[in-house]
Design a protein. Structure first.
Length: 437
């Protein structure tokens, strides 16, 4: 029990923030009840002033402050009132509670931008996006690949575009729909050739117009790194120039629906070390692109690998990544607004030996909990929960999967920078995760 208290106290900073208005309001009511009352007899006045009034005000203060506490308690997401956002959570609670969400699914807890990725191979995400649409400001269905084809280019993936779903979202929400486009095309085919660059840009802009998208999320950096583009200064510059050109072209087009210009969100990976390498996306790149790019989807996940099992996204690593990109004093405050700090809604089931394993989604996690009834442990350094189990060949596995507390702490981190978040991807999470968003 004592242990429980201690842990709760440690993480109570979340509660404190949402209760911040409470003290001032109760002081005002306290003052009001202290106002003197007129009476003919002086002693009565004094008696009233010094004995009755304070007594009343104490009683009133207690009365007033406790309801006001419960008011702010009802302001807290359901999962907080159910006591689920904590370090010593057990597997039973997860199994029993994960499908229950606040009755009011439109109340937002996290006020900055929330970009949600949705994949066609995890169709649950489409439904969750509809259900929790008011909590999500940007939706990025993972639909397109832009490829080289002979001397030209094609935008592959139109068959994924789900018009019915788009119109349902549009009816109930203002969330921007920005399908993800991976730039698979050979970079040498277009980066160095003005005409070819233009073709690529046109393909993207025309697709946005045709399907009434609000823009796109572009992923190309990792591909360019793989092709060696980023190791050559001249090519690297051309690559950045291309992103700028694309952003400017998109900003030059406004949608018929709301007259807003098309948006470009660019996917960036966290630098691999404190010493920036040429293939890392660094603070200068961020600054250089900031006027042409509307947001940066920062992939702060996949820190550990099957060969090096461990937490998916240690909080300190997220912090140092943000520091590196924005400056330790958050001097890039205007830029922080454009960053969508990546949060994983999937987990990993690794062999502890470092010889295998890989990502798991919510339902796989739940079935492991049911099967093995493990003890969930809180790893303070990374701010993630994990558990260990033996499979039927007696091989040890270590499983990291997000929990309400791990997500809440990452939201708090993003909030402290003034940044938004991006979720990879909503169909892989548990329903009650949305309560803290
Ligand atoms: C749900 O929350 C929103 C935003 O806080 C609020 O405007 C709305 O009135 C709430 N709806 C209900 C039914 O409580």
């Amino acid at each position: 029990m004592g242990k429980k208290r201690l842990r709760r106290a440690k993480f109570s900073s979340f509660d404190r923030r949402s209760n911040s208005e409470e003290p001032s309001s109760s002081t005002t009511s306290e003052r009001r009840t202290k106002s003197p009352r007129r009476n003919r007899i002086r002693s009565t006045i004094l008696f009233l002033l010094f004995v009755v009034c304070p007594a009343i005000s104490v009683i009133l203060y207690r009365r007033i402050s406790s309801p006001s506490q419960s008011v702010s308690e009802t302001d807290l997401p359901d999962v907080y009132r159910r006591g689920l956002v904590k370090a010593d959570v057990n597997y039973r609670q997860v199994l029993d509670e994960h499908v229950k969400v606040s009755a009011n699914v439109s109340r937002r807890q996290f006020e900055n931008s929330v970009l949600a990725y949705i994949t066609p191979w995890n169709s649950k995400g489409y439904d969750l996006a509809k259900k929790f649409n008011s909590k999500l400001t940007h939706l990025s269905p993972v639909w397109y690949d832009l490829k080289s084809e002979g001397s030209s280019f094609v935008l592959d993936g139109r068959h994924n575009a789900d018009i019915g779903w788009i119109s349902e979202i549009r009816m109930n929400s203002n969330a921007k729909i920005l399908p993800r486009v991976v730039l698979e095309a050979m970079p040498m085919d277009f980066l160095t050739k003005k005409k070819q660059r233009k073709k690529v840009i046109n393909l993207i802009v025309e697709e946005c117009k045709k399907f009434d998208y609000d823009g796109i999320v572009l992923e190309s950096w990792s591909r360019w790194a793989a092709y060696g583009v980023l190791h050559k200064p001249e090519m690297r510059m051309m690559a950045l120039q291309f992103i700028k050109q694309l952003g400017e072209a998109m900003h030059g087009v406004s949608t018929e629906r709301n007259g807003e210009s098309l948006q470009l969100v660019y996917v960036i990976g966290p630098p691999y070390s404190d010493q920036l390498q040429s293939h890392d996306f660094g603070p200068e790149d961020l600054l250089g692109l900031s006027s042409a790019v509307d947001g940066f989807s920062l992939m702060t996940y996949d820190f550990s690998t099957p060969h090096n099992p461990g937490p998916n996204a240690p909080l300190k690593w997220i912090q140092s990544t943000l520091k590196l990109l924005l400056g330790s004093d958050n001097s890039g405050q205007g830029l922080a607004r454009k960053i969508f700090v990546g949060i994983n809604f999937y987990g990993n089931d690794f062999l502890q030996s470092g010889e295998g394993g890989g990502p798991i989604v919510g339902r796989e996690y739940l079935s492991l909990l049911e099967q093995h009834r493990p003890i969930l442990q809180w790893e303070k350094n990374s701010a993630e929960h994990f558990f260990i189990y033996l499979d039927n060949r007696r091989i040890k596995h270590v499983v990291f999967y997000p929990t309400l507390l791990s997500i809440a702490m990452r939201l708090e981190e993003a909030r402290s920078w003034g940044a938004g978040i991006s979720i990879w991807e909503i169909g892989q999470g548990l329903d009650y995760f949305f309560d803290v968003l």
